[in-house]
Design a protein around this ligand. Sequence first.
Ligand code: AHR
Length: 514
Amino acid sequence: MAKDRIAKGTLARELEIGVVDPKLYGAFLEHLGRAIYGGVYEPGHPKADENGFRKDVIGLIRELGTPIVRYPGGNFVSGYNWEDGVGPRNQRPRRLDLAWRSLEPNSFGTDEFISWCRAVNIEPMIAVNLGTQGIEAARNLLEYCNYPSGTHYSEMRRSNGAVEPHAVKVWCLGNEMDGPWQIGHKTAHEYGRLAQETAKAMRLVDPEIELVLCGSSNRDMVSFPEWESTVLEHAYDQVDFISLHTYFGNRDGDTGHFLAMSLGMDSFIEEVVATCDYVRARKRSKKRMMLAFDEWNVWFHSNARDDNNIPWQQAPPLLEDNYTMEDALVVGCMLISLIKHSDRVKIGCMAQLVNVIAPIFTETGGDVFRQTTFYPFRDVCQWGRGVALDMKIRSQVYEDDEFGPVPYIEAVAVINDTVGELTVFMVNRDLNNSQELVVDFRDFATYSPQNHTFLKSDNLKSCNSLQQPFNVKSKEGKAPTSSESDVSFILQPGSWNVFRFFDQQIYDKASKKN
Ligand code: AHR
């Protein structure tokens, strides 16, 4: 029988990290596999609306509550001509998408993406092509999207049916330009200069935009962090964010190691922050660079299958990972890592949103289901809004060859005093023992426990599917017990947990107002 472990911790006002930007809980939609075609867009599907947008998918995205979506890639954007995707559909060209060796029909493009965002109540975040294109195409696309009227591209948009500007605020200056696989891959100096000049031109078109510079494709790139230092040296003054990308996988079947990988994400963020601040010091700049973790997730289940993909199909089933319970735990730890660094990470995009390494999975022509990873992502989207608070926890650890001592408990809290809500997110990495965590809660004496939900399965390899859509799902647990000074949290082995606390007086007042 599993033996409980006991840990102690503190949650205090002075452990404030910073205000969580809701954009931390963004997602990503790429022209890749069945993300667009057969995912969000499927004219003729029984649940499609008049625009061809799948309403069943929209329903789940609304339930998820992600506030911003990055588009159209990813690797795809580095070979994409945005003008192929606007105007009358029957005149749009079919193209070879070299990034994913697929056929791109271009029946979904910028205007459809914006209409879809409006339908789901999501903010668009658009990447420009700095692989095969450059300054000219980027500023034209921005003019098309954001300039009101009376110029070539703004009138083109209006004649395509979008009378009002799309008002896209956040723009990515290319994608993973450090990666040799990227079409139009560049050296750090080449990219830094191009990004700097593209940013300058784009800001002349619309000074209100925010720009994301490409950082390294992952922490293992040999050019990391020299890449960051060089590209920031060029473009520091023109951009607002630098990007980070990370994907984890349990390739050797060592679940303890897999669950520890979020510690690598912590280090990656801290190293990029240090590099940004080094460049800031060199430049004697007053500006603090923020981070956009605009691709992160678990990605490995589909790798072998994708190696055998037949090229030049339209919407082939690529990167279709079916996520397990243990993947959901890793996703939970990654989300906690983002919140713990929310003073500097202001944008996050789970990559991706539908079908392609995604929390939502559809059958083309058929049904849709929530993957295991849907639940932790939904929980933070819903409850992770406010001010992030670090938790000091003295938990037992296990040893990992790469990461050293790994705490069994991963946790962070988010408080929203104006509505009287405090939420604690926790993962128990211990797969055999439950944990009792006793937390000094004196700073939050007016907050009382409301409820507890958790995600857990006795089989770490359990997944959801079209046949068994609720095999793994979030369940109601027991609200924690509290004494005058402490709150006692019980975490089951291998579980993701959400504990909610209300300051009843403030909560009731705020609920009445709304
Ligand atoms: O999200 C899948 C791919 O991963 C993206 O296209 C690319 O940017 C990254 O390498």
